[in-house]
Design a protein around this ligand. Sequence first.
Ligand code: SAM
Length: 300
Amino acid sequence: MVTRSVCFLLLTVTLLMAYRTKNGRTYHDPSRYPWPNDKQEQQRQVMLHEQCLISNDGQLVCCPQERYQRVLDIGTGTGIWAMEFADKHPGATVIGVDLSPIQPQWVPLNCNFEIDNVELEWTWSGDFDFIHGRMLGGCFEDPASIFNKSFEKLKRGSYLEVADVLLIPKCDDGTLRPDSQLLRWAGLLAKAADKMGRPINPASRYEQMLAKAGFEDIKVIEAKWPSNRWAKDQKLRVLGYLNSKTLQEELEAISMALLTRGLGWGSFEVNVLCAYVRRELMNPNIHVYFPFITAYGKKP
Ligand SMILES: C[S@@+](CC[C@H](N)C(=O)[O-])C[C@H]1O[C@@H](n2cnc3c(N)ncnc32)[C@H](O)[C@@H]1O
């Protein structure tokens, strides 16, 4: 019996750690989640966390909830949000859940990490009084079902807050030409992700999804993340600098994963497209920004 349990445990650990390597990057399971999970991606997530904090004027949360007891962070990644939240709210218990075991071992005592797939049945006993999810575009076949599960698992009067950047380049002054490679790239990525069954821009429907799940007092906040340091405003310049770094970091990995698997492109074609896209992203005369959407709603 003991031997069987040990074998089962070893098998589970082996399966969890058996990342797939493609084009020099490791993935948990690229057919399920197209971003890598290696050290390079973890550094990108940490930088992205700083970007989100600057965008939100240092706040980890935007909704008006004041007290927290049991908090769930969906798709926690490196767990940086969950750990900082736990530090800030020592009276709360924070659970961070992710497919990949990439969280550190030394964590605040009130923070726990679990390896699980939130697309499957939620088996947590007891309810949460805050659920948070950030940068989850491309994760789920049916993002609305995650909102429904959150609604079920929240106590009355508690909030679900979700935040995500839209990989949709916007420009208000005509400096982005309609035939730009950046626009073409964004359209191709969205098409590939849809074809693979996991939309990368669900944030454009967050408001409707919150309402449909039953949430009330819904609010959507839209910030601008410039593509580089083209903006005059100091905060936007800093966001643009960080955004250019995080975008460059993910450009090849995500394009390769989605375009080769979703649209059958070859790696040479992808590299050529990425070279054009990188040039446009770095050009300070092209005033592109990406919308960063934060949406929250309260369970009545
Ligand atoms: C871009 S990362 C965001 C990390 C974190 N939320 C943050 O903002 O720093 C998305 C994370 O969602 C996780 N993920 C994707 N699909 C998932 C699923 N079905 N269940 C649990 N986690 C999932 C990925 O493994 C990845 O770590």
